[in-house]
Write a protein that binds this ligand. Structure first.
Ligand code: 16G
Ligand code: MG
Length: 534
């Protein structure tokens, strides 16, 4: 290894960072050495798996000044959990211990160093991303390995490219053109003429750029207007999926017209939420739960129509609105599974089924098909003996398989699928919204001295420590109707998160406040005591 190259990307002594729920994420100033070292680690992972590995430089919905990095495994999924700790070790090794740490990993994983590895690198539109991705490339080349710099891409595009490369093109062509072609061909629907143009908030990020790039491939099959396209506004500032979801309001820079549907991407385009204003100007959000319901209902109906007996499940987290879970289980009769927060948990749970639809309420999600489900769908779509009805359902299922980015949640692909479902079913955004009514809910955060004081079980729905906290929450929840509340330590911020839902907004607010207070008192709250919401 040309270890001297690491001196060009020195680690600030004493700085300690943790590979969090979705990789490293912090102020861009602290990330140069991290990127170099993730280049090293990606090359090792590529040697170990004898496949191409991806490194995406992005801090998603965080402010412009931050940055981060995500590692992508051979099939386009997030890097294996066991390697997250190597990432942390390598990042935190002081300069003089870097080589030893690297050698330890090589030994522990019995990596043969003689074969050349390939690493794909991509980045978002942040100012810092160009230099930081150069640091990744330097890391790869210091081990004598090869890299391909895709430059500006969305996170899901890089996931797609990695999977294409490792499946010899059977998933698609490993180029951006291949991505646009695959998706636009699958988006074969003729949109009904009464659909107004979709308003897309690009969060002033990479998603906007890539929508522009995709436009010619869609050949006017989707009529859309792009806002916050990065030409003037700041990345994620008062716009984007996270802002819209958390603030429960439309982003700045988007002209809202009553009844017309809008959607927002996040800063690296792996999340999407929809929304509209009703005639009174009230904001209505269609989050990941609404999206999961729309997509799973569509797939379930197609399976029935096609006469295919495949097991369909929806995977959610504790944040899923209780109404959505109730609707899916009781009305749609689909299997619903609840897992811990974080895309990797949802993705793995979804892979256990023939067809797994997973979404976090925040708008990150996709559909995964087992190999056998894909084969059955493709076989049926090509069967000449089918009745028209079954044939059309089978073909629509086949288009769905090709339209979704099965590697990870993808705002562009999700948007096209949603638009296709709305068009095929002739649904307006209001009709989609009415499939079920969300329970009013509230999310709060509480600062505590050490958030590790909180331990949870049952997919984060119950707290096992500190002692007495769960009993306190149960007592408070019991005072409200249709109520539910849970607390969990954040994986991305130094806070404890509180979620509450109840029959009315006022009750959800009171419940969230009371539970916050219990956390504050029982889990070592610091700073000001939580205050009631007005
Ligand atoms: C990360 C996760 C997201 C999760 C969020 C929770 C990925 C790619 N992203 O952004 O899925 O919802 O963390 O944040 O896994 P929290 O732990 O701070 O609540
Ligand atoms: Mg994101």
């Amino acid at each position: 290894m040309k270890i001297h190259l690491s001196l060009l990307h020195p680690k600030p002594a004493g700085l300690v960072l943790q590979y969090g729920t979705a990789g490293f994420r912090t102020t861009a100033r602290h990330l140069d050495h991290v990127m170099f070292r993730m280049g090293l680690l990606a090359a090792l992972r590529a040697k170990k798996t004898m496949s191409t590995i991806g490194v995406m430089v992005t801090a998603s919905h965080n402010p412009e000044e931050d940055n981060g990095v995500k590692l992508i495994d051979p099939m386009g999924e997030m890097v294996a959990v066991a390697w997250e700790s190597y990432a942390t070790q390598l990042t935190n090794a002081e300069q003089d211990a870097l080589l030893t740490t690297l050698k330890d990993i090589i030994k522990q994983e019995a990596i043969s160093m003689d074969k050349k590895a390939m690493v794909f690198v991509g980045r978002d539109t942040r100012l810092s991303s160009e230099d930081l991705s150069q640091a990744v490339l330097d890391g790869v080349s210091s081990l004598g390995d090869h890299s391909h710099d895709f430059g500006l891409v969305t996170t899901p595009q890089l996931h797609y490219l990695v999977r294409c490369q490792n499946t010899n093109g059977s998933y698609g062509n490993a180029s951006l053109e291949g991505y646009y072609q695959k998706l636009s061909q699958a988006f074969a629907v003729k949109l009904t003429t009464d659909q107004s143009p979709l308003r897309i908030d690009g969060a002033n990020g990479i998603g906007a750029l890539k929508m522009r790039e995709m436009e010619p491939f869609l050949q006017q099959r989707l009529s859309f207007n792009l806002y916050n396209d990065g030409t003037s506004g700041r990345l994620n500032h008062l716009c984007g999926a996270d802002y819209v979801k958390v603030q429960q309001r439309s982003p700045q820079g988007v002209e809202m017209v009553a009844g017309e549907r809008c959607c927002s991407f996040d800063g690296d385009a792996d999340r999407i939420v929809y929304y509209y204003h009703n005639p009174q100007g009230h904001f209505h959000l269609l989050d990941g739960d609404k999206i999961a319901t729309l997509i799973s209902t569509f797939i379930k109906e197609l399976l029935t129509q096609a006469g295919l007996n495949l097991q369909l499940a929806v995977v959610q987290t504790a944040y899923a609105n209780g109404s959505s879970t109730h609707f899916l289980q009781n009305n749609m009769k689909v299997i619903v599974e609840c897992v811990k927060t974080g895309v990797k948990h949802l993705h793995h749970a979804a892979q256990k089924f023939d067809i797994g639809v997973y979404f976090e309420a925040n708008g990150h999600g996709t559909v995964v098909f087992s190999d056998s489900a894909e084969e059955q769908i493709k076989g049926l779509a090509a069967d000449p003996s089918l009745t028209e009805d079954r044939k059309s359902a089978a073909q629509m299922l086949e288009d769905t398989v090709n339209l979704v980015n099965q590697t990870v949640g993808d705002a562009i692909s999700d948007m096209l699928l949603i638009e296709a479902v709305l068009a095929v079913r002739g649904l307006s955004v209001q009709q989609w919204d009415k499939i079920y009514t969300d329970l009013p809910n509230r999310q709060l955060k509480v600062k505590v001295a050490d958030r590790r004081a909180i331990d949870t079980t049952d997919a984060e729905r119950r707290a096992t420590s500190p002692a007495g906290l769960q009993e306190a929450i149960d007592g408070i929840v019991g005072k409200y109707s249709l109520s539910r509340s849970f607390v969990r330590p954040s994986g991305t911020e130094d806070v404890v998160r509180v979620y509450a839902e109840a029959d009315t907004q006022a009750n959800a607010d009171c419940l969230a406040y009371e539970v916050s207070l219990a956390v504050y008192h029982l889990a070592g709250g610091v700073g000001e005591e939580p205050k009631p919401l007005q």
